[in-house]
Design a protein around this ligand. Sequence first.
Ligand code: PGA
Length: 251
Amino acid sequence: MRQKIVAGNWKMNKDIDEAMELVVSLEQYRHDFSQDVKVILAPPSLYLANLEMVEEPFFELSAQNCSHHDYGAFTGEISPAMLHSMNIGYCIVGHSERRQYYHETDEMIAKKIDACLRNHVRPIFCCGEMLEQRNGKHHFVTVLHQVEHALFHLKKDEMKQVVIAYEPVWAIGTGVTASSDQAEEMHGFIRDTLINHFGEELAAEIPILYGGSVNAQNSAELFACPNVDGGLVGGASLKAKDFAQIIVSAS
Ligand code: PGA
């Protein structure tokens, strides 16, 4: 069975006290969480070391971005080699905010995925179309292009480490979520794309998360879709009660 995952992308939010408070508040709900659902927290990188110190954590940790280099003169950057040295198991790669505001190209994203994999960090690869692309009925071709560029060069044992997050850009932070039909349609399309390239057995194992205005009210319906294996949650992951409900709804 595919791993169910609920990941919280905190983006550039919370000071350190608020961050630790959120973890403590979430902890109070841990007995409601199923062992079958992996919880991943992606705080600002600055706080990863603090969260790594939490004893008997109910969560794993992810960075929100990384360099595609291992070490060197790249001021301000953090590498997957460094993440691995801190026991950080995941890194979000290719988030639409990185594509949009930091001009990350498909080529850079592919290099970041390679850097993660060679350093034993599992990439959470984000893809998704913009509103104009969906309105113009180019959403499938857009996502296909993103998936091809980022993942098709990988060997099967590398691909096994990848988590995919489908995040339609028009749904991120807007309060407008994809309907469960829209999500399932795209997740099924991504699964078929993986089947065609990597074969049925491997494609069946890859978790495909949905992201974009997931909240405590809509998560159960989205996660009930056969090809939706959990969520990448932004805004609602900043509130303990809401995020806990979302985690519970994935089981
Ligand atoms: P949102 O963000 O849940 O606030 O829409 C999701 C994301 O950007 O990963």
